[in-house]
Write a protein that binds this ligand. Structure first.
Ligand SMILES: C[S@@+](CC[C@H](N)C(=O)[O-])C[C@H]1O[C@@H](n2cnc3c(N)ncnc32)[C@H](O)[C@@H]1O
Length: 524
């Protein structure tokens, strides 16, 4: 029978807390020099008196338990900042565990509270037993472990609390935990070891696993770490109801070959099927081609056979670096069509760039100006150089609306990207458009902040001209960027210069980009 807290051979150091049984962490203290955290356990019954127990950091050091410690430290930080401990405790919230109203502090734990309310509830009658946690071998816990609210017990994998009894076990209901005394002690107790463990886990188990060049975490401002709950993913994750054309069924260019004379491949753009919808290079049109082009524009017929603008500088180009966007694409909003694995042009085609992923090192760093985390590159970047793509979960428009409505602030909008580049030209209804949500999973570009005078821009990159719903959002430098300079882009990226005339809403976020042309608010 699995136990929530496994006590191995009666030795405290062997105890292991099972993360999936943790509901939340509610307080901290230091005992005998060791940081301890008060765990509230998930229960299988609706209760106002769930089980609580104190555990040392080493018991909680498994990554998924550290996520709970991190959530708690975030809440605790607001206690010290605003001295709100007691008023936070008395704020009325409705428990998702039950229909009854109880008082607890508002916290980022809300989402999980909701999740835990979805776990099936099983009525159990408390069994008689000793005042200890149940264990694998039924041995009792070391006496140093204080157990609030009685007994944490487990049967058939389900945890439940037996009612407290005996003078040594204080009865605590959820609305009283943490008590003012606990908070008082917590605020004076160190949490350094937990912060260091969280930082280590983030670097070792999150960043080190991201494919490509290294990504560092740098914080010279405070002791926080980005959320351990964020999942780094190398590719899009498709949500429910989202369909992507199978890459094996992608149409590739068939008339091209790796060398089509003078060591060029698909840059010989007249032949490349992948570039069918790329912009026609009018400066290279013969009179006859111009006529064909006019007909194609009027009738919507194919422009294959006409010269197209090629997106990237080729090797040997005099002044620019190979692979950087040519000024035409850099300064326009035209989609970029790359070749794909089904093309005849081969793996070294110069029309393949973004699909190979990030080639530069990055640093996630804490900004000193209240904009949270930001992103920078320790190497110099050149105008038109590819940095990385935006990743996340692709969801339907309906799901995006649901998530936006459920969000507590407008900040949610900053992680949602509509894949609507082709909506107008393809006559797609708004509800057909997919949206990328990078809040809970994605790549390092989710840390890019907004600037009204940005040094990067996002571009549409497609590998399959027939799939208008799923494509990449790729960030390129739109000017030379010195090593260590923060990477930013304009969250609005309006084609017309100047801000919108829309009125600023109550929940608008003031822009702290500091640019002379700052529009003062995000998303304006
Ligand atoms: C996509 S996130 C960027 C990463 C974010 N800084 C973080 O720590 O996760 C967007 C959020 O960052 C903050 N932000 C980004 N640019 C900002 C700016 N110019 N001024 C103020 N806040 C900004 C806002 O809170 C915004 O909702």
């Amino acid at each position: 029978m699995p136990a929530m807290v496994v006590v191995g051979k009666s030795r405290q150091s062997d105890r292991q807390v099972l993360a999936d049984k943790v509901h939340s962490i509610l307080c901290n203290r230091v005992r005998r020099g060791e940081e301890e955290y008060l765990v509230r356990w998930k229960t299988d019954t609706t209760t106002k008196k769930p089980p609580f127990s104190w555990h040392s950091l080493s018991e909680l050091s498994r990554v998924r338990c550290l996520e709970f410690v991190q959530d708690y430290l975030e809440v605790r930080a607001t206690w010290s900042k605003n001295d709100l401990s007691l008023s936070l405790l008395s704020k009325k919230r409705k428990s998702p565990d039950s229909e009854i109203e109880y008082e607890r502090r508002p916290s980022p734990l809300d989402r999980r509270l909701l999740q835990s309310s979805r776990t099936p509830s099983t009525e159990r009658s408390p069994s008689v037993g000793s005042n200890t946690l149940s264990t694998n071998n039924s041995s009792s816990l070391p006496t140093q472990t204080e157990v609030y609210n009685g007994i944490l017990d487990i049967e058939d994998g389900l945890i439940f609390a037996r009612s407290a009894s005996g003078p040594d076990v204080p009865e605590l209901s959820i609305m009283n935990v943490p008590t003012p005394e606990m908070i008082h002690a917590a605020r004076r107790s160190k949490t350094d070891r937990a912060e260091a463990a969280i930082r280590f886990a983030y670097t070792r188990f999150r960043l080190a696993k991201v494919p490509g060049k290294p990504i560092k975490l740098i914080n010279t401002v405070d002791s926080s770490t980005p959320s351990l709950r964020f999942r780094y993913i190398p590719d899009y994750v498709l949500g429910q109801g989202v369909f992507k054309v199978d890459p094996a069924a992608q149409v590739g260019c068939k008339q091209c070959s790796p060398h089509m004379g003078r060591d060029i491949g698909c840059e010989y753009t007249k032949k490349c099927d992948c570039l069918e919808y790329a912009v026609v290079d009018e400066s290279r049109l013969t009179d006859e081609q111009r006529e064909l082009y006019e007909t194609a524009k009027a009738t919507g017929s194919s422009t294959i056979g006409l010269p197209k603008k090629f997106p990237y500088f080729a090797e040997g180009t005099k002044i620019r670096r190979a692979g950087c966007l040519v000024p035409f694409y850099r300064d326009s909003r035209h989609p970029i069509y790359e070749c794909n694995n089904n093309c005849n042009c081969g793996p070294y085609c110069r029309n393949k760039n973004v699909q190979f992923g990030r080639m530069v090192e990055l640093e996630i760093f804490k900004t000193a100006s209240d904009r949270g985390w930001g992103l920078r590159c320790p190497e110099k970047l050149y105008e038109g150089q590819f940095i990385d793509t935006y990743r996340g979960e692709i969801i339907t428009d309906a799901e995006a609306t649901r998530r936006e409505e459920a969000a507590t602030s407008k900040a949610k909008a900053s992680y949602l990207y509509s894949l609507d580049k082709f909506a107008e030209s393809e006559g797609m209804a708004p509800e057909e458009v997919y949206v990328v949500d990078g809040e809970f999973m994605g790549g390092p570009t989710r840390f890019m902040n907004h600037s009204c005078d940005p040094n990067c821009r996002q571009y549409t990159v497609s590998y399959n001209k027939h799939d208008c719903k799923v494509y990449d959002i790729a960030f390129f430098a739109c000017k030379d960027i010195e090593a260590g300079e923060e990477l930013t882009f304009d969250y609005m990226d309006n084609e017309d210069e100047g801000g919108s005339d829309e009125e600023v809403g109550e929940d608008a976020i003031p822009c702290l980009c500091g640019a002379p042309n700052c529009r003062k608010w995000l998303w304006t």
